[in-house]
Write a protein that binds this ligand. Structure first.
Ligand code: SF4
Length: 214
């Protein structure tokens, strides 16, 4: 991630972030189920010792939109599913508002096991877990990635920008079109940000219809 390169195109409206080489997950995993089987007992970092459940993610293996958060919380850890607590319900509503159900998209987190006390993931944990996310993306091959929250966006895009600096436009990362918006948990704490989120997901839907043909 540290070798990421950022180039600017079309002024500030379109930013491209690229990562070094994109290894072919298809050579290593037959499909998403195979990746799940090979990753669900992962012990690559310390979080394997404290998790209740590994949270792989869920949705369509052919999704053209992948939604990525930071890490599982308590409810997700208990159920082994992403975004199932209060913030998950809000995410469902946000997706429904732009015409998607959970089955239309794929929802996951950067980190597959819950950090204790919901602390932010540590750099070495992210480094250990990122290959699973990259393999998921390579196998699903979405057109658009929606990043939820500043931690997820800073991690994926390898920057330190504020939400204001990242949201409201289409970015490029590693061959994917990327939209950044607020994490539903942040929206529950700060309802004033819902309007910005609504603008972001409306922009996303418009872009989705353009690149995916509606
Ligand atoms: S957080 Fe990721 S790298 Fe760490 S044990 Fe869980 S799956 Fe493995």
């Amino acid at each position: 991630m540290n070798n990421s390169r950022k180039t600017m195109e079309q002024g500030s409206l379109f930013e491209e972030y690229t990562t070094p080489t994109k290894a072919s997950a298809e050579k290593r995993y037959r499909d998403l189920n195979d990746l799940y089987d090979q990753s669900r007992t992962c012990t690559k970092c310390r979080l394997s010792a404290t998790r209740k459940n590994f949270v792989f993610g869920e949705g369509s293996s052919g999704a053209r939109l992948v939604v990525i958060g930071e890490a599982p919380g308590a409810e997700e850890d208990a159920q082994g599913r992403p975004f199932v607590g209060r913030s998950g319900k809000l995410l469902d509503k946000i997706l429904e508002a732009i015409g998607f159900s959970r089955n239309d998209v794929f929802i996951c987190n950067i980190i597959k096991c819950r950090p204790p006390e919901n602390r932010n993931p540590l750099a070495d944990e992210i480094e250990c877990c990122m290959p699973w996310l990259k393999a998921q993306l390579e196998l699903i091959s979405p057109k658009i990635v929606l990043l939820l929250g500043r931690v997820a966006a800073n991690t994926i895009l390898d920057n330190r920008q504020s939400m204001t600096g990242m949201r409201g436009r289409i970015l490029r990362w590693s061959g994917y079109d990327v939209v950044v918006t607020y994490h539903p948990a942040a929206l529950l704490r700060n309802p004033n940000w819902k309007r910005h989120c609504w603008e972001d997901v409306q922009m996303l839907r418009k872009h989705y219809d353009k690149v995916c043909g509606g």
